[in-house]
Ligand binder design. Structure first.
Ligand SMILES: C[S@@+](CC[C@H](N)C(=O)[O-])C[C@H]1O[C@@H](n2cnc3c(N)ncnc32)[C@H](O)[C@@H]1O
Length: 272
């Protein structure tokens, strides 16, 4: 697949995932979003922004381990419906700035509505663009954050070097993302496994090496939430039900990846 095809496929998947959270009050969709949110580790932040929270697809809570201060500029790579952008806007105050980047028009519209609803139009905005080509000036960002997005990029090296480029000297980043060490071949081939943040994910070693190769320093994983078989099933969603093999076989296949998939908190900085 070309990079453009990957972007188009992922974008279509998230436009329809958003639509499901908006229009479909079915128990399945609600429990899937709820399940992912529980894994993501938000506390009461979700109650403050219920609309954005209902359409959030994160696998962590980057602002929980970023020391964002008043007046900072925060850039959210793949801002989705904007929950983390709203949390950043709370922290940076009226003198700071939250900028979200996303490629999916429906997500951008949703985030803009959520920003307006929260009363943060003075300090938060969303720009349409690719995280591989950030529409942001060099050296202007104090904190780069990202929540479950970089695994979806077909060119992660490019994303990492864009992150380096936009960070100010001494600027820091806090990323929550899925790490996959090993996955059975059949799971990689599931049609929706890429958009589900599973089959595009890379190993921790590759992830950290990619960040360090750009010149970013103090790159480290500060926490790992290792997924259980049930949680990996939650990520993969109902496509497992449609597999033409007995459920027992799918489960035993998934048991072999227990311990191989996790949500990592990754931090680092651009040298001063
Ligand atoms: C798993 S969702 C996460 C959204 C948000 N960070 C959250 O926590 O709810 C992935 C989001 O990243 C966006 N995205 C994926 N790949 C992208 C890329 N290469 N450039 C820009 N946006 C991208 C999608 O449109 C979608 O909104």
């Amino acid at each position: 697949m070309t990079e453009e095809t990957v972007h188009d496929t992922v974008s279509a998947a998230y436009a329809s995932a958003l639509e499901r959270t908006k229009g479909d009050s079915s128990k399945d969709t609600a429990s899937l979003v709820e399940g992912l949110a529980l894994l993501a580790g938000y506390a009461d932040e979700r109650q403050r922004h219920t609309e954005a929270a209902a359409s959030s697809f994160g696998c962590g809570n980057p602002l929980a381990f970023a020391e964002v201060a008043e007046g900072d500029t925060v850039l959210d790579l793949g801002s989705g419906a904007g929950l983390d952008l709203l949390l950043a806007a709370e922290k940076v105050g009226p003198t700071g700035r939250g900028i979200g980047i996303d490629m999916t028009s429906a997500m951008i519209d949703e985030a803009r509505a959520n920003i307006e609803h929260a009363g943060f139009s003075d300090r938060a905005e969303v720009l349409k663009g690719l995280i591989e080509e950030l529409p942001v000036e060099n050296g202007t960002v104090d904190w780069g954050i990202s929540n479950c997005v970089i695994n979806l990029s077909p060119n992660k090296e490019r994303v990492f070097s864009e992150l380096f480029r936009v960070l100010a000297r001494g600027g820091r980043f806090a990323i929550s993302d899925i790490i996959v060490e090993r996955l059975p071949g059949w799971a990689r081939l599931l049609p929706d496994a890429y958009a589900a943040c599973v089959s595009g994910a890379i190993s921790e070693e590759r992830y950290l090496a990619g960040l360090r190769a750009t010149g970013l320093e103090e790159v480290e994983v500060t926490n790992r939430l290792v997924y259980t078989v049930e949680q990996i099933e939650t990520l993969l969603g109902d496509q497992l039900e449609r597999l033409p093999v007995p459920r027992m076989l799918v489960r035993s296949g998934l048991r072999s990846v227990a311990g191989q998939v996790w949500s990592a908190r990754i931090r680092g900085r651009r040298p001063r």
